[in-house]
Design a protein around this ligand. Structure first.
Ligand code: F6P
Length: 342
């Protein structure tokens, strides 16, 4: 078979491990020709690719980012975008495409599948918010980075008797915040799923400090929102692809904590540090399993499907089902995290 691979949306540790696995089994087991498309769907529309083989993938397993490049460009943004995808498939005699991406890339893959494109999806995002899979690769790495940062913030917070507000990624869901907050011993964690009351946050900090503890860590997901009418925040901004642009709620929360409690407060916004660098062992393994399952799916002509992790087994689910709903933090996880607050 001739199989194209692309990585779309925000980058994520583990992308290269997926590509490597697809190529490994594709070439060694099936005797496939593998074409790596540059910058996501842009590369497919413009037939901009590099030949991938086992030799060219050497050394990529521990490498962060994506050797193919990525973008948020999608065929449906252009009048002739879908036609160009079909043209590339015809010109290159492609039997299938493996699209590795998050919500945006997989939604596009689903529409393209309905428009006749033979595509299989692989779920990627540090946010871990894709429904139908218990895990996306990249999440474990992001949680490790955030936890390490929180551990470091504890020691400086304790030395100075300060409140540290640390902002982690998570636009719509708070998986990273909840996990890193739990792993790092946060005093309180704020997530998009649970609008917060800044008054309650400050009260819990005060209660803790009155008991003789003078340092606290507040973990805030970038998409965390105050309960309506409790705290003014800046209006949402959107990027050119219609994605909400966040990053800054921590500043607002910290300012309010300082004013209301009088405790000296500092802010750390982790930002893209969470997406960079080498994937953890867990993410390398999950990425490799997804990659192997994706090339198997192409050979089974299971187009319109996405590989997923369920009960620690790799399964296939329809793309339409996978993108239907974002996966929020479960009640069990949130209740567990809350037991450790303040
Ligand atoms: O979806 C992954 C993610 O890292 C989000 O957590 C974050 O809000 C967003 O991407 C940032 O996107 P960009 O790289 O375009 O700033």
């Amino acid at each position: 078979m001739r199989v194209g691979i692309l990585t779309g949306g925000g980058d994520c540790p583990g992308l290269n491990a997926v590509i490597r696995a697809v190529v490994r089994k594709g070439e060694r087991h099936f005797g496939d020709d593998l074409l790596g498309y540059r910058d996501g769907w842009r590369g497919v529309m413009e037939d901009d690719f590099m030949i991938l083989d086992v030799e060219s993938l050497r050394g990529t397993l521990p490498r962060g980012g994506t050797i193919l490049g990525t973008s948020r460009v999608q065929p449906y943004m252009f009048d002739d975008g879908v036609a160009k995808v079909h043209q590339t498939i015809a010109d290159q005699k492609l039997d299938g495409l493996v699209a590795i991406g998050g919500e945006g890339t997989l939604s596009c893959a689903n529409e393209l599948f309905r428009d006749g494109v033979p595509v299989v999806g692989v779920p990627k995002t540090i946010d871990n918010d894709i429904g139908a899979t218990e895990r996306t690769f990249g999440f474990d790495t992001a949680v490790s980075i955030a936890t390490d940062a929180i551990d470091r913030l504890h020691t400086t917070a304790e030395s100075h008797n300060r409140v540290m507000v640390v902002e982690v990624m998570g636009r719509h869901v708070g998986h990273i915040a909840t996990w890193a907050g739990l792993a790092g011993g946060a005093t309180v964690t704020l997530i998009p799923e649970e609008p917060f009351d800044i008054g309650e946050v400050c009260d819990s900090l005060s209660r803790r400090h009155e008991k003789g503890r003078y340092a606290s860590i507040v973990v805030v997901a970038e998409g965390a929102k105050p309960l309506e009418g409790t705290l003014e925040i800046a209006a949402d901004e959107y990027d050119q692809f219609g994605h909400i642009r966040l990053g800054g709620i921590a500043n607002r929360v910290a300012a309010e904590i300082e004013v209301r409690t009088g405790y000296e407060t500092r802010v750390t916004i982790l930002g893209h540090v969470q997406r960079g660098g080498s994937p953890t062992a867990f993410d390398r393994v999950l990425s490799s399993r997804f990659g192997i399952a994706a090339i198997d799916a192409v050979h089974d002509r299971a187009f319109g499907e996405m590989v997923a992790l369920q009960a620690n087994q790799i399964v296939r689910v329809p793309l339409a089902e996978a993108i239907a709903d974002l996966k929020p933090v479960s009640d069990e996880m949130w209740q567990t995290a809350k037991e450790f607050f303040a």
